[in-house]
Design a protein around this ligand. Structure first.
Ligand code: PMP
Length: 353
């Protein structure tokens, strides 16, 4: 007897980056921030009254949404919070796409969860290959017969970022279709499309506390957009989970988003290391597109990505590798602390000798 639904049997789930517990790795594989969260967030966590956990959290994360709205320069009604930006992105599929309707359009090389969400929610996809230099083929996307777009900016796993003017032109040119801009890594680039959400009712920007706020363990992300779009996300949330953001997360993320200075300070450290690491990888012969994210996409050396990944793991350094066409020759390397990056570089030099 097989009790699984046809969907559960057929679907290919997303595989998250490994989190091995066998030994201490220099962990550069899941784009976590190498620096701790804001001291203000840490203090709120330390002082949190466990007795308060007796009660359910605020279902709509009102206090946190108000703090995000202040930080983003929008109204609370323009903000939706979920259990990680993955959940926000997941809910966007049933909120904005019909199973029998036109497809969701995105690139072939982008955040691979979009494809899994689409399959899970029965939404058709229109996949547009990246250009040879790994940039988005925006002209081909514009003319796609679709209901809307997922535009990961900066893109994963390439790190390539689109300037705000390019995003605005794209959003304006497809005015009848929704554009969901996934800005998980935007604070490492600094040209968020959030201000454009006031002008364009078809733009939803999705962000996370996991990367620039160093809070991947707390699971909280959010969307900013026109109230009609935010209302759609709330409708889906309330069909699925009334309390996606727990009380601890609401308190800690409120403190974190109110400490933008700290976020910007650590992001600046990551950006400085990104430039240094890229130069070093280029001088080792790697092809490395310019990155706006907290990782580099590096490859095309005399060893395959898989060989490098395995040799590095053996040496205690974890990076991300995919055994897929195009990606096969590349590694995605999260920017670590200067010390971690030095270990990575030393091991790579040794492996490539
Ligand atoms: N978008 C992109 C492009 C990502 O790489 C990730 C992290 N895997 C996410 C969204 C989801 O992040 P989180 O659920 O931690 O907010």
């Amino acid at each position: 007897m097989n009790f699984l639904s046809k969907r559960a049997q057929a679907i290919a789930p997303y595989t998250a980056g490994e989190q091995p517990a066998d030994k201490q790795y220099v962990k550069l594989n899941t784009n976590e921030n190498p620096y701790p969260p804001s001291p203000r967030a840490t203090e709120v966590l330390r002082a949190f009254d466990a007795g308060a956990l007796r009660l359910y959290p605020r279902p709509d994360a009102d206090g946190l949404r108000a703090a995000i709205a202040r930080a983003e320069g929008v109204e609370e009604g323009n903000v939706f919070c979920g259990n990680g930006s993955d959940e926000v992105l997941a809910l966007s599929f049933p909120a904005f796409f019909d199973e029998e309707g036109k497809p969701a359009c995105f690139a072939d090389l982008t955040y691979s969860f979009y494809e899994v969400f689409a399959a899970f929610f029965g939404v058709k996809t229109h996949i547009v290959p990246l250009k040879a230099d790994f940039s988005f083929d925006l002209a081909a996307m514009q003319t796609a017969d679709c209901a809307g777009y997922y535009l990961c900016n900066p893109n994963a796993p390439t790190g390539i970022a689109l300037p705000i003017e390019t995003v605005e032109n794209f959003v304006a040119s497809v005015g009848e279709r929704i554009v969901i801009a996934d800005e998980a890594y935007m604070d490492f680039y600094g040209q968020s499309a959030v201000p454009l959400t006031k002008k364009y009712k078809n733009l939803l920007v999705v962000k996370t506390f996991s990367k620039s706020y160093s809070l991947a363990g707390i699971r909280c992300g959010y969307a900013v957009g026109d109230e009609a779009l935010i209302g759609g996300l709330f409708r889906m949330k309330d069909c699925f989970n009334s309390y996606p953001v727990d009380a601890v997360a609401q308190a800690v993320c409120t403190a974190a988003v109110e400490d933008k200075d700290y976020r910007d300070k650590t992001a600046a450290l990551v950006k400085r290391e990104r430039a240094r690491l890229r130069e070093a990888l280029l001088s080792l012969g790697f092809t490395v597109p310019e990155s706006g994210a907290n990782f580099l996409f590096a490859g095309r050396v005399k060893k395959s990505g898989g060989e490098l990944y395995r040799a590095l793991k053996e040496e205690g350094v974890l990076v991300r590798h995919w055994e897929k066409p195009i990606l096969r020759d590349f590694l995605r390397i999260t920017i670590g602390t200067p010390e971690q990056n030095d270990v990575l570089l030393a091991k790579l030099k040794q492996i490539l000798k």
